[in-house]
Design a protein around this ligand. Sequence first.
Ligand code: C2E
Ligand code: CA
Ligand code: CA
Ligand code: CA
Length: 275
Amino acid sequence: SKERGKNEFTFYNAELNSYMKRKMEMENHLKKAIDKNQFSLVYQPKVNFLTNKIVGMEALLRWEHPEYGLVSPAEFIPIAEETGQIEAIGKWVLETACKQNKSWQNQGFPPLSVSVNVSVLQFQNGKFLKTVKSVLEESKLDAQFLELEITESIMQNIRESKDILTHLKALGVKISIDDFGTGYSSLHILSKLPIDTIKIDKSFIDELDQLDRSPIIKAIIDLSLNLNLSIVAEGIETENQLAFLQESGCMIGQGYLFSKPLKTNEFEQLIKING
Ligand code: C2E
Ligand code: CA
Ligand code: CA
Ligand code: CA
């Protein structure tokens, strides 16, 4: 009826309003988050299945707000992208991860590679290469110990992406394709761009326990081996998944089976005994 339609509209409007309100508030809080020291990085170990040693770590961003509590990057990264704040936040992440990694090396831990997630918008803003160069210089981290995780969406602007990637590779930085297989250009990316690593997305690993999607994962692993690319699996939670990956020739991965992302001091404890 007409009345019901009106109520639904009012309801929808109220919902939309509160959504917009939270988004706008969050946007304002995000602006101050760096200065107020509300960001931190957690580190999730990447493990070699054969040796059980840690071979690297992924830096993951955390935002602890006094009012909201811990906000998921899945919620605030898209907002930061929309507002352009991703540039400053991304730079903060890069600086913090490189400095921390260098500090661990200075403390005498075996050198590890740190992986940093890079938003496509951050990657294609024209300043990215300069930022990476200056962060490496300031932190004094050797470029070989930095890996950038980028998604397949960089294919939207393939010429520009290729140019930036070529320069990054010349610096010695490693390039990883994150969430591999979930975008539209998975195969294209391999033939067009200079990359080092493929990261199999968690969604594929999850399916190992339910459907028989194993032929697809096997094919991705074979592909990477044939192309001489490193292969890393993410989101490993069960022994079953681990066994399958190992049998298929994937030897490096991360996931709750090994460790959740850890705070700086926790990660340090781990590499003290694992290094
Ligand atoms: P991602 O890059 O695909 O990262 C993997 C996500 O899976 C992380 O969630 C990680 O904590 C989680 N994870 C790892 N192992 C397991 C597991 O065994 N089981 C389950 N259920 N989850 C696991 P997180 O930290 O919430 O990050 C979500 C996404 O936010 C990331 O997905 C990435 O796309 C983005 N993100 C995080 N930090 C940054 C950053 O510094 N910059 C940018 N641009 N994006 C970031
Ligand atoms: Ca990632
Ligand atoms: Ca993923
Ligand atoms: Ca991702």
